[in-house]
Design a protein around this ligand. Sequence first.
Ligand code: ATP
Ligand code: MG
Length: 561
Amino acid sequence: MSVNAEKKPTDFIRTIIEQDLARNLNDGRVVTRFPPEPNGTLHIGHAKSICLNFGVALQYPNGRCHLRFDDTNPEKEEIAYVQSIQEDVRWLGFDWGTNLFYASDYFERLYELAEVLIQKGLAYVCSLTAEEMRDYRGTLTQPGRESPYRNRGVTENLEMFRAMRAGRYPDGAHTLRAKIDMSSPNINMRDPTLYRIRRAHHHQTGDRWCIYPTYDYTHCISDALEGITHSLCTLEFEDHRPLYDWILDQLQGELSCHPQQIEFSRLELEFTVMSKRMLTTLVTGHHVSGWDDPRLPTISGLRRRGYTPASIRNFCRLIGITKAPNYVEMALLENCLREDLELNAPRAMAVLDPLRVILDNLPEDHLEELVVANHPQNDALGTRKIPLTRELFIERDDFAEHPPKGFKRLVPGGEVRLRNAYVIRCQEVIRNPQTRAIEALRCLVDLETMNKAPEGRKVKGVIHWVSAQRHCKVQVRLYDRLFTIPQPADPKAGGSFLDHLNPDSLRILEDRPVEESLARAQPEQQVQFERLGYFCPDRRDSKPGQPVFNRSVSLRDSWKK
Ligand code: ATP
Ligand code: MG
């Protein structure tokens, strides 16, 4: 389904926007932005923000959403992230059109506006060291103290700020600070830093600058320069809003609009971590195979795992937008994928733990091409041929010599239906003479039972199978949760979050028999392996004719035991 056709949600932010439109605030424009910092890849939490910002803009004829890189920290940023972020937003189904921006586009204007603040006596060059600055800042319970440099004159401030830009001081020697209120209960208002000296190469501006503006100073002005009407961000910025508004109020004469900042709660997902610092630790410490490891909650990881853009958008719609804590069960995300794939993914058969079955009453060279539907309800998915031969594989646990009560599959002397084919009866169990392990089953097939019940007998069980003589062999990767506890990042969990990694989060099965037709499966084409789950050829490791299958999700919520 396209983004446009999807049901539009309602939430408190959309209500505010409706009210603003009703009073013709912003001349009926709705302009939002998604402002990632290019210091990591995007995760499912960002998807929440992307769906909100782009989703809101799509709802209005005068709506638009900008993609803006908040690139004020050159040491931590990389051009590779700039690219992966664009790829992920596009893959999620959103389009920023020509509205791609970088905060660094505004470095010159930001500098000019800083001079305006200096001239108004609202900013000063401070020469405290970082450590002294921390000490002067005070704490939540103690007011801060004014910097001894706070009352530098405008001329000296201007001269020094220009010298900072010209590279006449070493890194960290001075900062430019806003002159607000050192006794404010809000620490963000205690003369926050606007500029720092840092000789760092920037991925967009190269070596042009040796001073860089801070996030708080840059963000509100970038919003205003772009004519953003609603600046939607997560709750940790609530305490920064007074500063956001202060800066824009002081520069009112210079800027043509004052965007409205509105906060909502961050998404947290159980059994995983979302902080960039922790994700980076997992990647650089080789606890996972990379940013797109299918066990990570990154967009690229979910994509590789087999998630569809529609399933992620639907998830974001279901979790909604509020200010309340947003701790969500993994099962909700998985269900969104099942819902999308149930009708849209073709079915096929694979056997992950093969047990050989010999159909004794068929000749050695028996080959019957069965034409089967690719989906029981969705005829548009067409049909395919599967070969029935004398020897087959079934799943080892679909046979039980000593069946537990209620076991409906194959037992010695019992019958079961092969999916899409005939009923078979187990005549004999063949064992390894030394180990006594079961090696194969001798069965009889009843060729009168295609699409109809055998006469006079009830056969309840249906099991999947693959021809042992005609199949292809593939690698299958089964994933489990990455962590063993729901909140590995919670300090109350004890130790480091790495202590809670699940050692069995990935199981690799080699050379598993699957239907021949699956040799042609293409990356990102999800398929349901009957009775085993939804699988998707890995977009990184699959080769033409040789797919590697990731299990995206099981068929049922197996975590609720
Ligand atoms: P950093 O620690 O680097 O600031 P971040 O997760 O805040 O990490 P940004 O690149 O700054 O990453 O985020 C871009 C946007 O995505 C921000 O507006 C932020 O509020 C939003 N965002 C980030 N994480 C989540 C989350 N878990 N849920 C909802 N929105 C999020
Ligand atoms: Mg951030």
